[in-house]
Structure formats: structure tokens, C-alpha cells
Design a protein around this ligand. Structure first.
Ligand SMILES: Cc1cc2nc3c(=O)[nH]c(=O)nc-3n(C[C@H](O)[C@H](O)[C@H](O)COP(=O)(O)OP(=O)(O)OC[C@H]3O[C@@H](n4cnc5c(N)ncnc54)[C@H](O)[C@@H]3O)c2cc1C
Length: 388
């Protein structure tokens, strides 16, 4: 049993950590306040090879796998949770949704763009419900050399910043012929869609609790004309593809949660060693020591679950349950850690002048997107029981 990263992984971690300390940590609060996406920093990340770190070598990536991707996600998220989300969507789930199922020709066209700094989206969720993915209401039909797509997607990350991505919709002719609700997902297909495609427009920009430095948008498709060559894989397999992509990307959300929790813990530990109450340091009060001990334990346990699941994935072993456990535990631990870190700061923790308020706001979404904690528990229980 080996609990160490390889020498390459240690070097990657140090390089990214130094980059984050220099380029992200000093300005993250400003990006948050101004709701500004840092295009310049993103381009530097791409130039350093960060955007393609886990992308297969045949498409110009580093081919370094899930552990490397999670090391980068964890460090970026330690600096700015919102940038971590932009990263794990574009370079994680959106990239994987393409290279896992698209043709070689499609991959060669789109994946190198992600490596070079283009930003991708992954558009599944609809206003009618995000957890019940098969119930999506977006519809498509074939007309000659095009698929005509109608519907809307909500809460889409990288809404403004992105250039292209994957969109999922159900086939209206298939649904007419197969009204049985238990079969609806066999009609779902997956498409590569470019910004600027006729009939595709941005709708409402969401105002969020946190993660302000990246945008979340509604996407509207009104008789949107998608060339037939932009179908990913086989028609009717889109549901399987998207579930596989969500399963595959759980580790990266766990990595993001660990990164934010580490940032919150570091400032809380610092504060506890400086602030005095009743004539002694906060860190000398046992109640505060116990909080710090619980926070540190949760972070270490979440990291072990995360990198174990990532190791399983990299070694082509079954990892869906372990990844769901890592995402569930890391997200809920980040919530607990940020909450206690805020408590240790007392009233100042509630003030936006201290970074702890931002960490608290930023971590909350890790319990919701890419499968809520309830969906993770369901996934884990299904794997344990073998029941559907
Ligand atoms: C900032 C942000 C970024 C996002 N980015 C993207 C993106 O890039 N692409 C994308 O496609 N989506 C994105 N989402 C959407 C996100 O994936 C969904 O919000 C999430 O899947 C939950 O869907 P919902 O919000 O519709 O909640 P619902 O599905 O309506 O669920 C509401 C509540 O009910 C619970 N629930 C639902 N069904 C069950 C059940 N069977 N048993 C027990 N509990 C249940 C849920 O766990 C949740 O607590 C983003 C969301 C946010 C907030």
C-alpha cells in the first residue's frame, strides 16, 4: 500500500500550488466582488498545460489521468472556488463527455481547443428538475442534414465564458412511438453545440449565493439547427453517455470541496493562533481545539476517499461507489469545516472583509451539483444492495 503521490504528481502539485498562491489567492476576493471571470489567468493555466492535464495524449493532452486532474482542481479551488468550477466543468466533465464517446474526428476538432484555453459547457439540467435527468423536456427531430432542437437548459456553468459544449435532448418521434415512461431515456441523444449556432441563445444570467467569478446561465434553443455531424456517438445513447460522464466527474467535485475546506481551515487555524479571548489565545481554549481537530480529521478523511477513488479510476477498477462516497463525504465535510471556520472567526467571520464568508458561500454548491448528496446516497445504496 502506497499513500504517496508519484514524484511527477508531487511536482505537479507544487507547481500548481505556487501558481495558485501567486496568481489566484491575492485576487480571488476581487473577482468574487466584481463577478469577474479571470480570462488572463485561465489562459496562463492553459499555457502551463493545466487545462489538458487529464486529456488523452492522442488529443494533445497530458494523459495524466484522474489523480492529476484532481490535484489541479483541489489547488485551484483552494484559491477560488468559482474558478475551480469553471475548470472541473470545462476540463473535466465537458471534455470527458466528448472524448469518451465522440468520434476521433470530433475529438480532434474539439478537444485540442480545450487544451489551448477554449472553455466548454455541459448542458443537462432543465427547470423541470435536475436530479430526474431522464425527465428532460428538450426535444429534437431530424430534418435533412440537421437536428432541430427546441427547449431550454438552466443553471449552466461557463454560460458566458464558453465557446462550445454538449447538450442533451430527447427525440420527439421516438417518444411518440414509445410513450412508456420506463423507456423514455432510450430517446435521449447527445450533441456538440457551438455558440453562435442559429437558434441557440443565452437566457437569464443567474444571481448566485457564491462562486461569483464564473457565470451560470439559462440556455435557450429555438429551432436550433445542429448539423447531423455533431451528434455524439449513437442516437438514443445520450442518457447512458451523460450518466457515465457524471459518474466519471464525481472525484473532481470532491477535489473542489477538499480545496475549499483546506483554505477555510488554514485561515481558521491562523486566526485561532492570533485572536485572544479571556486572556488567552482562541487556540488555547479546548472548545476551539476540538473544532480544529474535527476539521482537520474531516479534510484528511475526505482526501483519502478522493484519491482512493481517483486511483481506482486511473487503474481501470470499478470506482462509481467510491467516487460517490468521496463526493458525498468531501462536500458535507467542506460544509462542516467552513461552518466551524466561520464560527472560530466570531462576528468577523460573517463579514465579507474576511475570506471565510466567501469560502462558506462557495462550498455550499458542492453538495448540490453533479448529483446532490441525496443522489450520491442513492447511488451508493444501489451499488450496495444491487437494487434499482
Ligand atoms: C452554480 C450551479 C452550477 C450548475 N452547473 C450546471 C451545469 O454546468 N450543467 C448542468 O447540467 N447543470 C448544472 N447545475 C444544475 C445542478 O446539477 C442541479 O441543480 C442539481 O442536479 C439538482 O437539480 P435541481 O436543482 O433541479 O433539484 P431537484 O432535482 O429538483 O431536487 C430538489 C431536492 O430534492 C431532492 N431529491 C430529488 N429527487 C429525490 C429523490 N428521488 N430522493 C430523495 N431526494 C430527492 C434533491 O436531492 C434536492 O435536495 C448547476 C447548478 C448550480 C446551482
Amino acid at each position: 500500500m502506497d499513500f504517496e503521490f508519484t514524484e511527477e504528481q508531487k511536482m505537479l502539485q507544487k507547481t500548481i500550488a505556487d501558481f495558485v498562491d501567486k496568481e489566484i489567492v491575492p485576487v480571488a476576493a476581487q473577482w468574487d466582488e466584481e463577478e469577474k471571470f479571470p480570462y488572463d489567468v485561465w489562459q496562463k493555466m492553459a499555457d502551463m498545460g493545466m487545462c489538458g492535464v487529464s486529456i488523452p495524449k492522442e488529443y494533445g493532452g497530458g494523459g495524466e489521468g484522474e489523480i492529476a486532474c484532481d490535484i489541479v482542481t483541489e489547488e485551484i479551488s483552494r484559491g477560488a472556488g468559482g474558478l475551480g468550477t469553471a475548470y472541473l466543468v470545462s476540463c473535466g466533465i465537458a471534455a470527458e463527455a466528448i472524448y469518451a464517446h465522440a468520434s476521433k474526428e470530433q475529438c480532434s476538432l474539439y478537444i485540442p481547443r480545450i487544451n489551448k484555453g477554449d472553455i466548454a459547457f455541459f448542458a443537462v439540467t432543465e427547470a423541470s428538475g435536475g436530479s430526474d435527468v431522464a425527465g428532460m423536456e428538450a426535444r429534437y427531430k431530424r430534418e435533412g442534414d440537421y437536428f432541430i432542437l427546441n427547449g431550454a437548459k438552466t443553471l449552466i456553468t461557463n454560460g458566458e465564458e464558453s465557446q462550445f459544449g454538449t447538450v442533451y435532448a430527447n427525440n420527439e418521434e421516438y417518444l411518440r412511438a414509445n410513450p412508456d415512461p420506463s423507456k423514455i431515456y432510450h430517446g435521449i441523444s447527445s450533441f456538440l453545440v457551438e455558440k453562435g449556432t442559429p437558434g441557440f441563445s443565452l437566457g437569464k444570467k443567474e444571481r448566485k449565493m457564491g462562486q461569483h467569478c464564473n457565470s451560470t446561465y439559462e440556455f435557450i434553443f429555438q429551432d436550433c439547427k445542429i448539423p447531423v455531424k455533431n451528434l455524439i456517438g449513437e442516437e438514443g445513447q445520450g442518457f447512458r453517455y451523460l450518466i457515465e460522464s457524471i459518474d466519471a466527474s464525481r472525484c473532481s467535485v470532491a477535489a473542489q470541496a477538499v480545496g475549499i475546506a483546506r483554505a477555510a481551515f488554514a485561515v481558521a487555524l491562523d486566526y485561532a493562533k492570533q485572536r485572544k479571548a479571556f486572556g488567552k489565545l482562541l487556540a488555547e481554549h479546548q472548545a476551539i481545539q476540538w473544532m480544529l481537530a474535527d476539521m482537520s480529521t474531516a479534510i484528511d478523511a475526505a482526501r483519502l476517499l478522493l484519491y482512493y477513488a481517483a486511483w481506482l479510476k486511473d487503474n481501470r477498477k470499478p470506482y462509481f461507489r467510491e467516487a460517490a462516497e468521496a463526493k458525498l463525504f468531501a462536500a458535507e465535510s467542506a460544509h462542516m469545516v467552513c461552518d466551524k471556520a466561520l464560527q472560530i472567526h466570531g462576528g468577523y467571520g460573517y463579514m465579507e472583509d474576511y475570506s471565510i464568508a466567501r469560502y462558506y458561500r462557495d462550498q455550499r454548491i458542492t453538495e448540490i451539483y453533479e448529483g446532490t448528496s441525496e443522489m450520491q446516497r442513492w447511488t451508493i445504496a444501489r451499488q450496495l444492495t444491487g437494487l434499482k
